[in-house]
Design a binder for this molecule. Structure first.
Ligand code: NAP
Length: 285
C-alpha cells in the first residue's frame, strides 16, 4: 500500500485564499487588518518562521508589523512591548514567537496579551474557552491539523486517535479539539512516560506525532490504513525531517502528511485565519 499524501500546502493555499477574500471584504468597509510579530533574539529557525508569517500576511492583504528585541531583552522589555501592542489600534492580532530565549518565561508574557488579539490562540482565556467548547481563537497548529482532516474528509467521529506529545502548543489542545462534541474522537494523549507506545499507536485510526524526535514513529507503530499526521519539524544534517519515518510508514499508512509541506504551512494559514477572525470581531462581525 502507498499512502495518500495529505498536502498541507494545498489546504493552506485554500485557507489563505479564503482569508484574502475576508480581508478584502473588510477593506471595502474601510477596515484594515494588521498582524504583528514579536521576535526576541536571533534564533535562525525563528527568524525564518517570522519572515514567512510576514510574507503570508502581506500576500493576504494584511499590514504586517515586525518587532525584534535583542537576545538580552528582559521580561519587562517584552512585557512593555506586549502592552503597547494590546493598545495599538492598527493591530488585530499578534504573536510572540516561541521559544523565547532561556532566561525568559513565556507564560507571564502570554498572560499579558489581550486575548482578543492572541493570533496563536495560546492565551489562558482562549485555551480555557476551547476546553469549554466555546467560541475562541484556537491554537494555530492544532487548528491547522483539524483543517487538513476536514479538507480530506477524514472522519473523526468514533475514530480512535492517539496524539503523541502533550505540549500546550500542540498535543494537549489538539487532544481537546478532537474530543469535543461534534468532532467526537476517542483520544489518548501519549508522552515520554507512556509505557508501551507501540501497543497503543498500533490501534490508532488517526495517529498524530508531535514529539520533536526524528523518525520516532516507525511502521511498527502504525495500523495498516491509518491516517498519520506528522507535526515534527526537526532540522538535521539530512535537512528538515518529521517525527515519522516517512519512507517506511507511507508503505503501511492509508494517508500521511509529508515534512515539509504538511502541518507546517497550515500553522501559518491558521494564524492568518485567526487574525482575520479577530479583525471581524473587532469590526462588529
Ligand atoms: P515539546 O514541547 O518539546 O513536547 C514534546 C512532547 O513529546 C512532550 O510531551 C514529551 O513528553 C513527548 N515526548 C518526548 N519524547 C518522547 C518519547 N520518546 N515518546 C513519547 N513521547 C515523547 O514539543 P512541541 O513544541 O509540541 O513540538 C513537537 C514537534 O513539533 C517539534 O519537532 C516542533 O518543532 C514541531 N512543531 C511544529 C509545528 C508546525 O507548525 N509544523 C508547530 C509546533 C511544533 P513529556 O511531556 O513527558 O516530556
Amino acid at each position: 500500500m502507498t499512502a495518500q499524501i495529505l498536502s498541507g500546502k494545498e489546504v493552506a493555499a485554500a485557507v489563505r485564499a479564503e482569508v484574502a477574500q475576508r480581508v478584502a471584504a473588510l477593506s471595502e468597509r474601510g477596515v484594515g487588518v494588521g498582524l504583528a510579530t514579536v521576535l526576541v533574539g536571533d534564533d535562525p529557525a525563528s527568524q525564518i518562521y517570522v519572515r514567512s508569517k510576514h510574507k503570508a500576511a502581506e500576500a493576504a492583504g494584511m499590514a504586517s508589523f515586525d518587532h525584534h528585541l535583542p537576545d538580552d531583552a528582559t521580561q519587562e522589555d517584552v512585557a512593555s512591548l506586549v502592552a503597547r501592542l494590546n493598545e495599538d489600534p492598527a493591530i488585530d492580532g499578534y504573536i510572540v514567537q516561541l521559544p523565547l530565549p532561556d532566561h525568559l518565561d513565556p507564560q507571564p508574557v502570554l498572560d499579558l496579551m489581550d486575548p482578543a488579539k492572541d493570533a496563536d490562540g495560546l492565551h489562558p482565556v482562549n485555551l480555557g474557552r476551547l476546553m469549554l467548547g466555546r467560541d475562541a481563537i484556537r491554537p494555530a497548529t492544532p487548528s491547522g491539523i483539524m483543517r487538513i482532516l476536514g479538507y480530506y474528509g477524514i472522519g473523526t467521529a468514533g475514530a480512535f486517535v492517539v496524539v503523541v506529545g502533550r505540549s500546550f502548543l500542540v498535543g494537549r489542545p489538539l487532544a481537546v479539539m478532537l474530543g469535543l462534541k461534534g468532532t467526537d474522537a476517542t483520544v489518548v494523549l501519549a508522552h515520554s512516560r507512556t509505557p508501551d507506545l507501540i501497543e497503543l499507536t498500533a490501534k490508532a485510526d488517526i495517529l498524530v506525532a508531535a514529539v520533536g524526535v526524528p523518525g520516532i514513529i516507525t511502521r511498527r507503530h502504525v495500523k495498516p490504513g491509518a491516517t498519520v499526521i506528522d507535526v515534527g519539524t526537526n532540522r538535521t544534517e539530512a535537512g528538515l525531517v518529521g517525527d515519522v519515518a516517512f519512507d517506511e510508514v507511507s508503505q503501511v499508512a492509508g494517508a500521511i502528511t509529508p515534512v515539509p509541506g504538511g502541518v507546517g504551512p497550515m500553522t501559518i494559514a491558521s494564524l492568518l485565519a485567526n487574525t482575520v477572525q479577530a479583525a471581524e470581531v473587532r469590526a462588529g462581525g
